[in-house]
Design a protein around this ligand. Structure first.
Ligand code: CS2
Length: 489
């Protein structure tokens, strides 16, 4: 390890040298999060063991061929910059991703990926394809058989385009060859993410061959996991900052120093001894997953829509404003923590404080627009399932109602100052047409709440919830974000 210190910044540089490891894991979704999270745990594990057989083949299946080329050009080595704060950074060279593939539409590597997935030595498949990559209804978790990509995979099962389709084809090949199946480890921010992934794969397989679906049901393990690390999309400013520290790497990622991975311990074909790297291997991930989704991600989404409406750029910019931090505290303790049942010893007030400190880390430029993406996919697990628990118990839901109002307003495509933004969401068009049809807040809110793939029908049993959304919408329009937040606290 190299250490380097100037008046402005203290840097550690870690570059572990170990023999090239064999590939035992295939990952789908070679984004920044994977490179800064799972790949780092695996890197540390390989450095500890001096190589081994859990190297990763990582594939992009939808976009970003460029990154695959960059990694190959760099000899399959990239850097992760972990910022404790703006004066203290650890830069790690990562070699655990041994192979990078691009198997997206018109991508050259689909067959290579499927062959890799069929090899007996590949025993785990990990995924970070974002919530929409599973093609499930966000509220119910049903497979969207009519989505064009799933319809394509049903029609052309040997040339799959989706993550579930790729897994079904690979599992079919393994079954045919008499090879034991791999374990599927979902690393996306969804509730019961193992169960959801299992459902997508089995439902899709049943359209192809019911015996294959039964074989998957009986033989494939889908453990759930909770993943946590704040990894903003890279900016040219981040690359320039790294360059000043002597790291010129177009595939580098920046993130916070904090990282957590809680994994359900169900790996019939074996796994790395991840607990050596601080991974929590547990029997039941659900409490951790729900806590993180409602407290961390729920807070992020509140910041995203309220901040974006007020032309705030990043999470740390929003945390400079006392009205935002007061609202987050109230939401986390009164509305999110109230819905959680945690194992003994868990302290949700301390967890809330640690989240506020992480959000305030101004060495990261975590753009609210990035978090605001795909709201229809995120809201059920972040806010609405918790809101329903609170409504049933006759508890406060003011922050959640304000958040829903802010999301509705955000999906109109402008902020409260009239600046336009892109609404990046799989159902953006449908939402835009609701805005075009319903001008009055009362009817607009009713039209949104009728979108049953996002809002559970039971929410309609609590008319004061929809009224609170209407009131919050009007307050935002009339008084703006700051005054509305001040009134709330
Ligand atoms: C964020 C997450 O973009 C988002 O929706 O809430 O990516 C968040 O940063 C991670 O889940 C943190 O672990």
């Amino acid at each position: 390890m190299e250490k380097w210190k100037s008046d402005e910044i203290e840097m550690q540089y870690i570059d572990s040298h170990y023999p090239a490891a064999d590939i035992g894991i295939v990952h789908l979704g070679l984004g920044a999060f994977h490179r800064a999270h799972q790949a780092v745990y695996i890197e540390r594990n390989m450095a500890r063991h001096g190589g081994g057989n859990w190297g990763v083949c990582s594939a992009n299946i939808r976009s970003n061929h460029q990154l695959v080329i960059q990694l190959r050009d760099a000899g399959m080595r990239y850097h992760v910059a972990e910022y404790r704060d703006s004066c203290d950074v650890t830069i790690r060279a990562v070699r655990s991703v041994r192979e990078a593939l691009y198997a997206g539409p018109d991508g050259p590597d689909l067959e290579t990926l499927l062959r890799r997935l069929s090899q007996p030595q590949v025993r785990i498949v990990t995924l970070t394809v974002t919530e929409k990559g599973y093609h499930l209804s966000p509220g119910s978790g049903d497979l969207l058989v009519e989505s064009p990509s799933i319809a394509h995979d049903i029609e052309h099962p040997h040339q799959p385009q989706t993550a579930p389709g790729i897994m079904v084809e690979a599992l079919a090949r393994r079954r045919e060859a008499g090879t034991a199946p791999f374990t599927v480890l979902c690393c996306d921010n969804m509730p019961h993410n193992g169960q959801r992934t299992r459902r997508a794969v089995i439902e899709l397989a049943s359209h192809r061959d019911s015996r294959l679906a039964t074989w998957i049901e009986q033989n494939v393990a889908f453990p759930s996991s909770m993943v946590d690390r704040i990894v903003p999309a890279m900016t040219s400013r981040d690359l320039a900052r790294l360059s000043e520290l002597g790291v010129d790497d177009p595939a580098a990622v920046v993130c916070e120093a904090f990282s957590q991975w809680v994994v359900e311990d169900d790996f019939p074909q074996g796994r790395p001894d991840w607990e050596q790297e601080g991974v929590q291997m547990v029997a039941d991930v659900a409490p951790f997953e729900t806590m993180k989704l409602r407290m961390l991600n729920g807070s992020h989404s509140l910041l995203a829509y309220l901040g974006a409406l007020d032309a705030v750029d990043t999470v740390s910019d929003a945390m400079q404003k006392p009205a935002f931090t007061a609202m987050l505290k109230r939401y986390m303790l009164a509305e999110a923590a109230a819905t959680l049942t945690m194992p003994e010893g868990a302290d949700l007030a301390t967890y809330a404080d640690s989240l506020l400190a992480r959000f305030a880390n101004d060495s990261l430029r975590h753009r609210l627009q990035q978090i605001a993406m795909d709201g229809s996919q995120k809201l059920p697990q972040r806010w609405l399932q918790g809101a329903l628990i609170n409504l049933r118990a006759d508890r406060d839901v003011s922050c959640t109602a304000l958040g829903v109002a802010a999301w509705l307003r955000y999906t109109a495509g402008t902020d409260l100052h009239g600046h336009r933004h892109v609404v990046d969401d799989p159902i953006a068009e449908r939402l835009a047409s609701l805005h075009a049809t319903h001008q009055q807040p009362q009817s607009l809110v009713a039209a949104f709440l009728a979108q049953s793939d996002v809002f559970a029908a039971e929410l309609a049993d609590y008319p004061h919830f929809s009224q609170a959304i209407v009131d919050a919408w009007q307050a935002l329009e009339t008084d703006g974000v700051s005054a509305t937040l001040r009134r709330l606290s």
